[in-house]
Ligand binder design. Structure first.
Ligand SMILES: C[C@@]1(CC(=O)O)c2cc3[nH]c(cc4nc(cc5[nH]c(cc(n2)[C@H]1CCC(=O)O)[C@@](C)(CC(=O)O)[C@@H]5CCC(=O)O)C(CC(=O)O)=C4CCC(=O)O)c(CCC(=O)O)c3CC(=O)O
Ligand SMILES: NC(=O)C1=CN([C@@H]2O[C@H](COP(=O)(O)OP(=O)(O)OC[C@H]3O[C@@H](n4cnc5c(N)ncnc54)[C@H](O)[C@@H]3O)[C@@H](O)[C@H]2O)C=CC1
Length: 190
């Protein structure tokens, strides 16, 4: 069976600069899920036209909106770029410029032109689960996100916080700590 070989990492997007090229429906969807997960993400958008809902969302989260067509100068200082325009040639140009600078890039509707995919994201306090179908079925990623949002109890965060406190009180070496924490959390998987 083919398997998903993507490697998930959890980015501190409040200290990374993200650029979204385009301000339409797809830009809004990508921005919505980015900010739902990470409300303090530092995002700039550039487009000659922003849709009403995109503007409302961007304003609410202090997203900078630049009213212009894409130009490679807008990549300066950016760590991550998401291209969402309705002009394929513009999206591919964004991709090429990013590759030339070693900037991570995602062309929203074009998997071969992605260094990374956005995923389905479930957040419960400090706990976060990211879901990917390897780009095969975004709808499944969405449904799994909805499923886990439903079944993971809200109080999972209390457990994490209690264990964080407990972890600080355990004396002894690394092995002893691991043993005690494993003992305390055994019931979670039984
Ligand atoms: C490869 C990837 C690249 C990327 O965009 O990063 C990608 C690509 C494409 N999406 C398409 C369509 C749709 N995307 C969604 C929804 C989501 N798409 C997301 C991620 C990804 N989408 C990446 C792979 C993720 C993975 O590995 O599973 C989610 C998880 C996260 C997010 O968007 O932030 C978010 C759900 C968030 C949530 O609800 O939690 C829906 C469902 C809906 O809107 O109800 C539809 C319509 C139904 C359908 O087509 O399935 C098309 C076809 C376009 C066309 O037909 O023209 C392509 C292009 C292609 O597949 O070729
Ligand atoms: N709408 C959808 O649900 C989906 C659409 N797509 C594809 O994604 C693309 C975008 O779709 P939508 O967001 O719906 O289109 P849209 O028309 O809502 O938005 C397009 C955006 O691109 C901007 N743009 C155009 N040329 C630009 C340039 N040179 N520089 C910067 N920005 C520029 C426009 O100003 C506008 O903000 C289309 O190719 C579509 O086929 C893919 C998946 C789903």
């Amino acid at each position: 069976m083919e398997k998903n070989e993507l490697y998930p990492i959890f980015l501190k997007v409040h200290q990374l600069n993200i650029l979204i090229v385009g301000g339409g429906y797809v830009a809004e969807e990508k921005l919505h899920f980015l900010l739902k997960s990470s409300p303090n993400a530092k995002v700039t958008m550039v487009a000659p036209m922003f849709r009403e809902n995109t503007i409302t969302l961007a304003k609410k989260f202090d997203v900078e909106m630049i009213d212009d067509v894409y130009h490679s100068d807008y990549l300066d200082d950016k760590h991550i770029v998401i291209a969402t325009t309705d002009r394929e040639e513009v999206n591919i140009q964004v991709y090429r410029h990013c590759k030339a600078r070693n900037t991570m890039v995602n062309v929203a509707d074009n998997p071969p032109y992605c260094d990374f995919y956005m995923g389905g994201i479930v957040t419960k306090g400090h706990v976060k689960i990211a879901i990917s179908t390897n780009g095969k079925s975004p709808t499944t990623a969405k449904r799994l996100r909805q499923f886990f949002e439903e079944v993971i109890p809200e109080n999972i965060n209390e457990l994490v916080q209690n264990l964080n406190l407990f972890r600080k009180t355990i004396k002894g070496g690394f092995e002893e700590k691991v043993e005690k924490l494993n003992e305390h959390t055994k019931s979670l998987i039984e």
